[in-house]
Ligand binder design. Structure first.
Ligand SMILES: [Zn+2]
Length: 394
């Protein structure tokens, strides 16, 4: 047998073993996540499976995989999903932000405008050293998030400064964040958004707007959004929510979605989400494209807690477990290039996995206005695998 024949024969054996699983010693993987209820909307799977991982990638998703592995995670009784992707966080505001999110199952995040051009290097440094794939949006207000309003003074919406920041960090900065509420932008919302588009035009990047309680009517702002832009805080109450008093979604909002503008939850802590608006929007059939937390360290003890908790808030109220998981995985992977091959457990994809616990009971779910509703089930983070590596629980 010459070398080529030997390689071919060996490959044939390996393939045979993979299919039949009758030679346990022959198929050996780095890691197996065993016996969990695998929910992967990208593959339309919702059943008990084993996930085998080798070389940092998904090698097999199978029932009763008979194989060895250097490491095995017993996921029986747990929910196993593709690693969660959170497109609106402020994880790059604090040094350990990315690691905390990772332990919650978040294997990819966007820092959405924690810093403006003046201090963007800080946010970029944290984003760049995050263990998981991560990118950031530059706040159009050059001084970043200000208690008195990022762009109350319109001169802070500095096109040149933001463009220079993006040019300096093309690999990390993937868009502009424009916060448009009246307490942030005052009367300037329309001009701020126009400048945001001016900044990104030469780079062909998206703008993420923070909607709700704006001075300008929402239809006027919608008119400035292009395909690929993102509207976050989609459940913000009036003035200027996406739904009118009769429960109708504004025609300009429907038109924006039709032309490719994304609508994102952006849970947050104040002013962004009220249960009656959630009900009205979901009843109108206008579902979020993506879930996101608007994560901050402060949010961990107030309202947000963690990404699985935010997902849980919608499960008893109009959406299924599979539907919320889809929006936190495969849907979110479509918004930014960095996540394109993620949000899935497809064979060959990077092995990012979130292991969750679905507990039954009585759980208080609070909106941004201290309104409480009781849910009967809640997801808790239980384990994370990033690129095939098991992340220890803190
Ligand atoms: Zn935010």
């Amino acid at each position: 047998m010459n070398r080529r024949e030997f390689v071919r024969a060996a490959a044939g054996t390996a393939m045979f073993t993979r299919i039949t699983g009758t030679f346990p010693s022959a198929a050996s993987y780095d890691l197996i996540v065993r016996g969990g209820r695998v929910i992967d909307p990208s593959l339309r799977i919702d059943s008990v499976r084993d996930i085998a991982i080798t070389g940092g990638r998904i090698a097999a998703v199978d029932r009763d995989l008979r194989a060895d592995a250097a490491d095995i995670i017993d996921a029986r009784g747990k929910i196993v999903v593709p690693g969660l992707i959170d497109i609106h966080t402020h994880a790059a505001r604090v040094k350990d932000g990315p690691a905390i999110c990772l332990a919650d199952g978040v294997t990819g995040f966007i820092d959405a405008g924690s810093q403006g051009a003046d201090r963007i290097d800080d946010a970029v440094a944290i984003t760049r050293t995050a263990p998981q794939p991560a990118r950031a949006l530059v706040n159009i207000g050059r001084a970043g998030i200000l208690p008195d309003g990022d762009t109350m003074d319109l001169s802070r919406a500095d096109v040149g400064a933001a463009r220079a920041a993006i040019e300096r960090h093309r690999d990390i900065l993937v868009g502009v964040k424009a916060r448009l509420s009246r307490d942030v932008a005052g009367n300037n919302d329309y001009d701020v958004l126009r400048r945001a588009q001016e900044i990104v035009t030469p780079f062909n990047l998206p703008v993420m707007i923070h909607m709700g309680q704006t001075m300008s009517p929402l239809p006027r702002l919608m008119g400035l959004l292009k395909p690929g832009d993102i509207v976050t805080h989609m459940f913000a109450p009036p003035p200027n929510s996406i739904v009118d008093d009769n429960g109708q979604i504004l025609p300009e909002v429907l038109a924006a979605r039709r032309r490719g503008v994304w609508f994102d939850v952006g849970h947050g802590r104040t002013g962004h989400l009220r249960w009656d608006i959630v009900d009205r929007v979901l009843q109108a059939g206008f579902w979020p494209d993506t879930f996101s937390t608007d994560w901050t360290v402060e949010g961990r003890t107030a309202g947000v807690i963690d990404f699985p908790h935010v997902l849980s808030k919608f499960m008893d109220f109009g959406m299924t477990l599979e539907q919320v998981i889809a929006r936190a995985t495969v849907h979110a992977s479509r918004l930014f290039e960095v996540f394109r091959d993620r949000g899935t457990l497809n064979v060959g994809a990077p092995a990012d996995v979130a292991i969750l616990e679905l507990r039954q009971g009585s759980f208080e779910f609070v909106d941004n206005y201290k309104n409480v509703r009781i849910g009967r089930q809640r997801l808790f983070p239980s384990g994370t695998v990033l690129g095939g590596t098991r992340i220890p629980r803190p």
